[in-house]
Design a protein around this ligand. Structure first.
Ligand SMILES: [Zn+2]
Length: 218
């Protein structure tokens, strides 16, 4: 892996925040190439670029077909399928992260280990390390959750104390400088309380940092 390769956290947050801000097919292809293929987290069974992505309950979409006929057909299906795959993946990832916050259990980490999308390896220097190991046939949400899982294995306290998913906008944060609730973000410090519709109908719970409220409401 290149020394300048993005960390698992950078790659995972790049996906959740990118999709939240309205990714197009080209953004997905670029992210897969930079964060999965080039980093050798995803090993292709064929030469050339990533050809397809899949998602639970959505299906498979061909990104870069080889023949002109397949390309023409793929353009039609890609236009409608990729946004559904992106939103479906992000929704499933946010659900897993919210469950971790609500239950204090990182079930998505256990799932990644069970599925061997995160594995223990021995590095060249003899030290043990975690590694993300993916293929094209693994659902996009599971690929992203593997990145979060590796990050959680390397930084467990961040996931026990700092992980936040905003109920208002879906922003994911692992920042130690997080303000307000673990169901909020810097723009919506108290998550669903900042919007007319609450996710659960009850006030969000979590830490409130004394002295930070005024600043976070700006
Ligand atoms: Zn928010």
């Amino acid at each position: 892996m290149e020394t300048s390769a993005p960390t698992a956290r950078e790659s995972a947050l790049g996906f959740t925040e990118g999709v939240r801000c309205g990714w197009l097919t080209s953004d997905l292809i670029a992210w897969c190439e930079e964060h999965l293929v080039r980093t050798e987290r995803l090993l292709l069974s064929h030469p050339g670029p990533l050809q397809r992505v899949c998602e639970h309950e959505v299906g498979v979409v061909t990104l870069q077909p080889s023949s002109p006929e397949a390309r023409a057909k793929a353009r039609r299906t890609t236009n409608s399928a990729v946004p559904r795959i992106l939103e479906g993946s992000r929704h499933r990832v946010l659900q897993a992260l919210r469950t971790a916050i609500d239950t204090d259990q990182v079930a998505f980490v256990h799932a990644a280990l069970l599925a061997s999308t995160v594995v223990r390896i021995k590095r060249a220097d003899g030290l043990a390390a975690w590694r993300v190991r993916l293929t094209e046939d693994i659902a996009l949400s599971d690929q992203v959750l593997a990145l979060f899982a590796l990050d959680a294995l390397e930084h467990p306290s961040d996931y026990a104390n700092e992980l936040a998913v905003c109920d208002a906008c879906g922003a994911v944060s692992l920042s130690p400088a997080r303000l307000g609730s673990r169901h909020g973000c810097t723009r919506h410090p108290f998550g669903s309380c900042d919007t007319p519709r609450s996710r659960s109908g009850t006030p969000p719970h979590g830490l409130i940092v004394p002295g930070s409220i005024d600043e976070s409401l700006t």
